[in-house]
Design a protein around this ligand. Structure first.
Ligand code: G4F
Length: 328
């Protein structure tokens, strides 16, 4: 589930490279409008099988699992934009909680041996009382999105304990790439910057520049998901780089790479602040490292560089690589 998103596309590539038969569940509208909705997996379409179902419909999910009988299931689908969850708490909770429950219940019935991955989130820590956050840190979510992820996490744990499901949760910290949705802050910055360079806009309006996140590369993080399902026993794992940076630092780095002064273009707009902010996230993924040797490969500096370069290329603007020497 969620194959059309950033993580789904990287995971599908990884699984295909490992020789898996890959099935993806997508909404019917995606099959009807592949150019717009299947862009991230356009290069994989002849190698994956897509099935129509909706997270809001148990029968549709059940039917797909009954016909595919999966050995592994990665549940990456969700309403995943935290900001939107303040605008519509109800649909975020409904889709995210029921959707996870439907998948767990359907698998229990038709494919009880299937190894299941739930995409938990560092948003579950929210206003965390411990820094860095580990698997033992208490959850204190600050949005309907975070609450929905805590519920999905608990459902996953309960299916493990009550029914013996091989069900694991990854507590993934922010993970980005050039395939990230435009609504998330990193991509908003790199796209915004490329549009300024192209002369299409004059400023970039952002919300809280002081929020700090632990940002890694999505390509690295899907490897951790795969490892979790190869373990003999299911468990929960933090997946993070262990470094934290503010939104301001991300933006400054991006603008400096392009040779622009961020102070001339970035506006902190109060209307973009969230009603409840998560101020600081930084994860400790020692457990994932000890259990299956996972650690983030891409540095913060390389992540910003890769995203800026990709968005400048799509915008057709020259990226002044010369200006970046010595800054990595
Ligand atoms: O990029 P963001 O929207 O990501 P956020 O809220 O941390 O959530 C992302 O990561 C989670 C993992 O921890 C996922 F579970 C979740 O699904 C999603 O992928 O915002 C990051 C920070 C926030 O503090 C926000 O207030 O950036 C701040 N920010 C400042 N200006 C902004 C903006 N965020 C967005 N989206 N847009 C702004 O203009």
């Amino acid at each position: 589930m969620g194959i059309t998103g950033q993580d789904g596309s990287y995971l599908a590539e990884l699984l295909l490279a490992k020789g898996y038969e890959v099935h993806g569940i997508v909404r019917r509208v995606a099959l009807e409008d592949p150019t717009r909705r299947l862009g991230r997996i356009a290069h994989l379409l002849d190698r994956v099988s897509l099935h129509a179902a909706s997270l809001e419909s148990f029968p549709s999910v059940y039917r797909v699992f009954r016909s595919v009988l999966p050995d592994e299931c990665y549940h990456l689908a969700a309403q995943s934009f935290v900001s939107y969850s303040f605008d519509d708490e109800f649909s975020t909770l409904n889709t995210n909680i029921n959707g996870t429950h439907f998948i767990l219940a359907a698998l229990k019935d038709v494919a009880p041996q299937c190894h299941f991955y739930f995409a938990g989130s560092s948003e579950m820590f929210g206003n965390a009382e411990q820094v860095p956050q580990t698997e033992a840190t208490r959850f204190h979510p600050r949005s309907a999105y975070g609450i929905s992820k805590v519920a999905g996490f608990e459902l996953t744990r309960n299916y493990r304990e009550a029914y013996g499901a091989h069900a694991s949760s990854g507590i993934l910290f922010n993970h980005e790439s050039q395939r990230r949705g435009f609504e998330f802050v990193t991509r908003k910055i790199t796209v915004g910057l490329s549009q300024i360079l192209a002369g299409k806009s004059k400023e970039l309006r952002l919300g809280n520049l002081d929020a700090k996140r632990d940002w890694g590369h999505a390509r690295d993080y899907v490897e951790a998901m795969w490892h979790m399902l190869q373990q003999e026993e299911p468990d929960d794992y933090v997946v993070a780089t262990g470094e934290t940076h503010s939104v301001r630092e991300f933006a400054e780095r991006a603008f400096h790479l392009a040779g622009l002064d961020p102070n001339r273009y970035i506006v902190s707009a109060p209307e973009l602040y969230r009603p409840a902010e998560v101020h600081l996230l930084v994860g400790d993924s020692s457990k994932a490292r000890a259990k299956f040797g996972w650690k983030a490969k891409t540095s913060f500096q390389d992540l910003v560089l890769e995203m800026v370069a990709a968005d400048c290329a799509s915008e057709g603007v020259e990226f002044p690589i010369g200006a970046v020497s010595g800054t990595r």
